[in-house]
Design a protein around this ligand. Structure first.
Ligand code: SF4
Length: 401
């Protein structure tokens, strides 16, 4: 199946952007702003000889500072912002009897490519909220210059991501301001390891340090689980549940689905007279393909569906460390890192993140506001190729591997 097709290291050479990152880092006229995805802290350690399952978040911050980064931010912060935007969008759709449902998540660019190229009829079902990488990129080129008084032109925004599809996402025209991309450069986890090794920075020798900026660096436990399958759905459920019932919950138990193409599901009872909210979790493109057709035929039982193209989610992304023979679609050790961070976190819900509150209070107004729409939402294009491809060819096409 598609889960065995990964980017061979050699194939990345043509797009190896480690040299570009080094140019940015050494140019005194450039202010470098880094962000790294939830899955990166659960996977990078393996490149430096740590066993799978070690959280290297604080070491990444120190390594980036040693490498010369001017500012290090956490994609967990923007994952919380995504929940505010996407959650509000879902609630608005649920309250509008003419709205298109079910709504799909939009944070996996390989899934978006798949829809645009092969199932464009599904576009109205996709959340218009940008992915966490793109939300952070947009804020790096809007809120950050205002807050820090740094000219936008001096900033280069660089993200460390679990897959090459994130490079393709960063290059989307709709995710640029005046033709300048919000994210200038994307390094995969393996490319980032190469950059650090090239500078003689060994993760094993670092103690680790906290994020050094007072904003856009704090994420909730709900945000960090974006990196594993069912994480976005649960993060959204915690916030939607709060909005609908007034109660904060630290976790919500999804159950294994009996639907053969749905991994997990959740039904939230919304009280008498109201239909319950049904959430489905899908991973792997073969499953997503099936579910897409089910939705298009009007037979889906769900209101909200999470899709991750990689089996297991981003912790198994094509740009994460690979060792011959150790690949498993559910990398339990990597999954556990994110689960543990969430469980030990003092802040479990996106809507309770004080930095997120500050963003809305100071800058955006409220979720789905005019400015939030302009900066944090996007549109999709019908790019139907008409080509009939085998699943593994489709996988290569949309993940650019
Ligand atoms: Fe990339 Fe895979 Fe995550 Fe999708 S699920 S964003 S393809 S790593």
């Amino acid at each position: 199946g598609q889960c065995t097709v990964v980017c061979p290291t050699g194939a990345l050479q043509a797009r190896d952007q480690v040299d570009v990152a080094n140019d940015y880092l050494t140019d005194p006229g450039i202010y470098t702003v880094f962000q790294f995805a939830p899955a990166v802290r659960a996977t990078l350690g393996e490149e430096f000889g740590f066993p799978a399952g070690v959280n290297v978040e604080r070491k990444i911050v120190e390594a980036l500072k040693k490498a010369g980064a001017d500012c290090v931010l956490d994609t967990n912060f923007s994952a919380d912002v995504v929940i505010m935007e996407e959650g509000t969008e879902l609630l608005n759709r649920l309250n509008d009897k003419n709205a298109v449902l079910p709504m799909f998540t939009s944070c996996c660019p390989a899934w978006i490519n798949f829809v645009e190229l092969h199932k464009p009829e599904l576009i109205p079902h996709i959340s218009t909220t940008r992915s966490p990488q793109a939300v952070m990129g947009s804020l790096i080129k809007s809120w950050l210059p205002e807050k820090k008084g740094i000219p936008k032109e001096k900033i280069r925004s660089i993200s460390i991501m679990p897959c090459t599809a994130k490079k393709d996402e960063a290059a989307r025209q709709a995710l640029a301001k005046d033709a300048v991309p919000d994210v200038d450069l994307v390094l995969t986890v393996r490319e980032f390891a190469k950059l650090l090794k090239g500078k003689g920075i060994d993760l094993r020798k670092l103690e680790g340090q906290d994020f050094d900026t007072p904003f856009m660096s704090k994420g909730s436990g709900a945000a960090v689980i974006f990196g594993k399958t069912a994480g976005v759905a649960e993060a959204a459920a915690r916030t939607v549940y709060y909005v609908l019932t007034g109660k904060n919950v630290n976790s919500i138990q999804f159950k294994t689905s009996e639907h053969p193409h749905v991994e997990q599901e959740l039904t939230i009872d919304l009280g008498e007279g109201k239909s319950p909210l049904r959430i489905g979790v899908v991973h792997g493109l073969a499953n997503a393909d099936y579910i897409a057709d089910e939705v298009l035929s009007g037979k889906s039982p769900f209101d909200f569906i999470e899709v991750m193209s990689c089996p297991g989610g981003c912790i198994n992304g094509g740009g994460t460390p690979r060792e011959a023979g150790d690949y498993h679609p559910f990398n339990l050790e990597r999954t556990k890192v994110l689960t543990t961070i969430d469980e030990e976190h003092s802040l479990r819900q996106s809507h309770n993140n004080p930095m997120v509150k500050e963003l809305y209070k100071e800058y955006l107004g409220e979720p789905n506001s005019h400015l939030a729409h302009e900066l944090l939402h996007t549109e999709y294009q019908d790019r139907k190729s008409g080509k009939k491809l085998r699943a593994e060819d489709i996988w290569k096409e949309i993940t650019l591997c």
